[in-house]
Design a protein around this ligand. Structure first.
Ligand SMILES: Nc1ncnc2c1ncn2[C@@H]1O[C@H](COP(=O)(O)OP(=O)(O)OP(=O)(O)O)[C@@H](O)[C@H]1O
Length: 317
């Protein structure tokens, strides 16, 4: 059974009617890490925020449904977000300092979460907090508990945020660019930590990233997003070995000479920003294979046993 199942999610800007995400479907099995990959502006964060019930004002779900651990989170435009879902989804975002309260010591924040969300007594919450901080690789939890977030490094703050995510025992973890802004060694440590935390097989992780190197080292499956539309979905190894969609090929070709950084991908997008008003395939304007139909009609999914490709011209065998 999928721990996270999102079907045909459409998000739009209420004022203009512009569609930001179109027919996005994501399914993650227990024990699995799925990468949601896309350039800047492709809609990765909007997808995470919709799942957390934290969409900015003026952006709304107009179709689609989401379930976590078999329970509905939202269904279509008419049903509002079920706030109880926040106990089932935890977010580790790219700005750990902003996720923590700057005016409260780390230990107090941890204890508060455990008391409120897991109904623990004070002493039990303090013991559990220390245990969780050790679990995320903090060898001196007493020092960290006494610190305010600004007294800790970015990597240490991210470990604390991951400990908080674990404290609510949510079965689904959304890691939204969790290593952005950290230096390379710390990035590797945080990714390793996330992988280790998956070892018990009880959780599912959605790894939201623009970084294909992160995907190749972390994810079992990958979803390639462009302009709010899914281009291709499949097992990471297969997609890296044999990309089918022209956009996936383009992304992987840019990896051949070097591992792209956020800046590289950002530059590409500024050159050819997404046309959200396009009726057909969002990639059509940049695609060397596009024909009239690509500009007119949304491509139907072509599926094999393991792969889905949304392209008028490229099928999977
Ligand atoms: N508050 C808002 N109102 C209207 N449109 C918005 C708002 N926030 C973001 N958008 C638009 O939604 C689209 C998707 O943005 P989103 O932040 O989800 O992209 P992303 O893939 O997460 O990018 P990045 O990697 O840069 O964070 C973009 O075109 C963006 O301009």
């Amino acid at each position: 059974m999928s721990l996270l199942a999102v079907n045909d999610l459409d998000l739009r800007i209420a004022r203009t009617g512009q569609t930001l995400l179109r027919d996005v479907t994501v399914s993650i099995e227990r024990g699995s890490i799925v990468g949601l990959v896309g350039e800047s502006g492709s809609g990765k964060s909007m997808f995470s925020l919709a799942l957390m019930g934290l969409l900015p004002n003026g952006i709304e779900v107009c179709a689609g449904e989401a379930e976590v651990a078999g329970r509905s989170v939202f269904r279509g435009a008419s049903h509002s977000y079920d706030a109880a879902a926040r106990d089932r989804i935890a977010l580790v975002s790219q700005n750990p300092r902003a996720a923590l309260n700057p005016t409260m010591r780390v230990g107090k924040q941890m204890v508060r979460v455990l008391r409120e969300r897991r109904r623990m007594g004070k002493v039990q919450a303090r013991d559990e907090s220390r245990e969780l901080l050790r679990k995320v690789g903090i060898s001196d939890p007493l020092r960290v508990e006494r610190a305010y977030p600004h007294q800790l490094s970015g990597g240490m703050c991210q470990r604390v945020v991951i400990a908080m995510a674990l404290s609510v025992r949510a079965p689904v973890l959304i890691a939204d660019e969790p290593t952005t802004g950290l230096d390379v060694t710390i990035q590797a440590q945080i990714l390793l930590l996330l992988k280790e935390l998956m070892a018990d097989g009880d959780r599912a992780v959605l790894m939201v990233t623009h970084d294909l190197a992160v995907v190749s080292s972390m994810c079992d499956q990958v979803i390639i997003l462009y302009g709010g539309q899914v281009m291709e979905v499949g097992p990471t190894r297969d997609i890296f070995r044999d990309p089918v969609h022209p956009y996936t090929r383009f992304l992987l070709e840019s990896l051949e000479d070097h591992v792209p950084s956020a800046d590289d991908i950002g530059d590409q997008v500024t050159e050819a920003s997404v046309d959200f008003s396009l009726a057909g395939c969002r990639f059509a304007k940049r695609c060397p294979f596009s024909t009239d139909v690509c500009h007119r009609e949304v491509p139907l999914a072509r599926r094999s046993e393991t792969r889905t490709v949304n392209c008028h011209h490229r099928g999977v065998s």
